[in-house]
Design a protein around this ligand. Structure first.
Ligand SMILES: [Zn+2]
Length: 134
């Protein structure tokens, strides 16, 4: 399932950031998902609890924002917004466009809860390993 592996990679990234900042818990994750990214927000939301279980992000609110599609025109050089099924230049109608944004998934922001008091979470070498994929 594609969305689960996307989620696992996301959690890995979130864990790394949380460890770097000595956070005890992640309270909120804001993602920006482009319509051309191939990631379904609803499936991502469903897969999230599975991927986050037992991690610092287990109780985090997952906020998914839709990103706009922006194309750059090869004819006139204009950057304009476009819809997913019609990637044309808004300026001249040219079809030789390049997608500037709208095909990515971005970790936009994280809200972290600091570890309180003693027991500072030291940087764990385990965190440095990449997602376990084969
Ligand atoms: Zn154009």
């Amino acid at each position: 399932m594609h969305e689960l592996s996307v989620c696992l990679a996301l959690i890995e990234q979130v864990r790394r950031i949380a460890a770097e900042r000595n956070a005890a818990e992640v309270s909120r994750i804001v993602l920006q998902v482009g319509p051309l990214s191939g990631v379904e927000a609803e499936l991502l939301r469903n897969a999230y609890p599975l991927a986050a279980a037992g991690t610092v992000a287990e109780n985090a609110d997952l906020v998914i924002e839709a990103a706009a599609i922006v194309v750059s025109c090869g004819e006139c050089g204009t950057e304009s917004s476009a819809s997913a099924n019609r990637l044309l230049c808004a300026q001249c109608g040219g079809y030789r466009t390049r997608v500037v944004s709208g095909d990515e998934m971005i970790l936009k922001s994280l809200e972290l809860e600091k570890a309180s008091g003693v027991g500072d979470t030291a940087r764990d070498p385990e965190m440095e390993r990449g997602p376990e994929t084969q």
